[in-house]
Design a protein around this ligand. Structure first.
Ligand code: AMP
Length: 293
C-alpha cells in the first residue's frame, strides 16, 4: 500500500530469474491480494506471445511469463536442439510489454534426477497431435501442471493456435481442481495469413512463401461451409487437394471435429473445429479454425 505523501514509482524494471524458490518467495505475499496473470511460453517471442502478455497485463495486477523450452514435450526426432532461443531479445520484448517477472527455469531444477511424476490426460490426447507426436501432451500437461503448481496464478493465458493443447489444459484444470481461470486468445497471423509461430523462423524463403497454404485451406473450408457444405468427407477432400497443390507441403492430417472433445465429425451440426497439420520442408506447422454455423 502506498503512503499518501510518497511519490509514485512510475516504472518498474522487469525481474528476470530462474530459481523456483526465489520465484515462490516473490509471489508468496501476492497470493490472495493481487491477481496474478501467467503466460507459459517456450520463448522466441512474436506478436502472438505478446498479445497474451498484453491481455494478462490488462486483466491482472502482476504478470508472470515463463520461458522454458520443455524437453519433455519433444520427441527424440523432433526439433528440441534446433528450437530458437533468442533470450536477449525475448527479455527486451517482455519488458516492453509490461511483464513484471520473466521466469526462465532450468531443466535440471524442473526435472531433478531421478524424476518420476507425470500427468497423463486420456482420450483427448489420443488423436491428432497426440497420435503424430507420442508423449507430446504428457510432456505439455506435466510441465503446465508443475508451472501452475509453482506460480499458482489466478489466470493463465494460452493461444487458440495450439487448439488441442487448449482442450488438454481445460481438461487438466477441471480434473485436478486447479483454481485457475483459463483464457484462450485467438491466433495472431502474418499479413498473408500464416499463423505466427516460433518455428516460422526456420522456413527457407521458398518454404515461407508456401506456408500460407494452411490458412488458405482453412479459408476454403470456411467458404464452403458458408455456401452450405455440411458433410465432412467432401470438405476434407477439398482441403487436402489444396494442400497437395503446393509442392513443398505434405499433409499430416486435416480433421473436422467437435470443438470440445475433438472427436471426428461426419457432419457439421452445431459447429466444428478444423484442425490442420502440414509439413513445409522440414518444418511442421499447425493451424485451425472454429467453424460456427
Ligand atoms: P509456445 O511458446 O509456442 O509454447 O507458445 C506459448 C503460447 O503462445 C501458447 O499458449 C501458444 O498457443 C501461444 N501462441 C503461439 N502462437 C500464437 C499465435 N500465433 N497467436 C496467439 N497465440 C499464440
Amino acid at each position: 500500500m502506498r503512503r499518501k505523501n510518497r511519490p509514485a514509482l512510475i516504472a518498474f524494471a522487469m525481474r528476470t530469474l530462474s530459481s523456483i524458490k526465489t520465484l515462490q518467495k516473490i509471489l508468496q505475499p501476492l497470493h490472495g491480494r493481487k491477481r496474478i496473470g501467467f503466460v507459459p511460453t517456450m520463448g522466441a517471442f512474436h506478436e502472438g506471445h505478446l498479445a497474451l502478455m498484453r491481455q494478462a497485463r490488462r486483466e491482472c495486477d502482476y504478470v508472470v511469463v515463463s520461458l522454458f523450452v520443455n524437453p519433455l514435450q519433444f520427441g527424440p526426432k523432433e526439433d528440441f536442439a534446433a528450437y530458437p532461443r533468442p533470450i536477449t531479445s525475448d527479455r527486451k520484448k517482455a519488458q516492453e510489454t509490461g511483464v513484471d517477472l520473466l521466469w526462465t527455469p532450468a531443466a535440471e531444477e524442473m526435472y531433478p534426477s531421478p524424476y518420476r511424476t507425470f500427468i497423463e490426460i486420456e482420450e483427448i490426447t489420443r488423436r491428432w497431435e497426440g497420435a503424430v507426436r507420442p508423449g507430446h501432451f504428457r510432456g505439455v500437461a506435466t510441465v503446465v501442471a508443475k508451472l501452475f503448481q509453482i506460480v499458482r496464478p489466478d489466470r493463465a493465458y494460452f493461444g487458440q493456435k495450439d487448439y488441442q493443447q487448449t482442450r488438454v489444459i481445460h481438461q487438466m484444470v477441471k480434473d485436478l481442481h486447479f483454481p485457475i481461470s483459463i483464457r484462450i486468445l485467438s491466433t495472431l497471423r502474418e499479413k498473408d495469413g500464416l499463423a505466427m509461430s516460433s518455428r516460422n523462423q526456420r522456413l527457407s524463403p521458398a518454404e515461407r512463401a508456401a506456408a500460407p497454404i494452411l490458412f488458405r485451406a482453412l479459408q476454403k473450408a470456411e467458404a464452403l461451409v458458408r455456401k452450405g457444405a455440411r458433410e465432412s468427407p467432401p470438405l476434407l477432400q477439398e482441403v487436402e487437394a489444396l494442400i497437395r497443390s503446393e509442392p513443398l507441403a505434405r499433409l499430416d492430417y486435416a480433421a473436422l471435429c467437435d470443438p470440445k472433445f475433438l472427436e471426428p465429425l461426419e457432419r457439421i451440426q452445431k459447429g466444428a473445429v478444423l484442425l490442420l497439420a502440414v509439413k513445409i520442408g522440414s518444418v511442421r506447422l499447425i493451424d485451425n479454425v472454429l467453424i460456427d454455423i
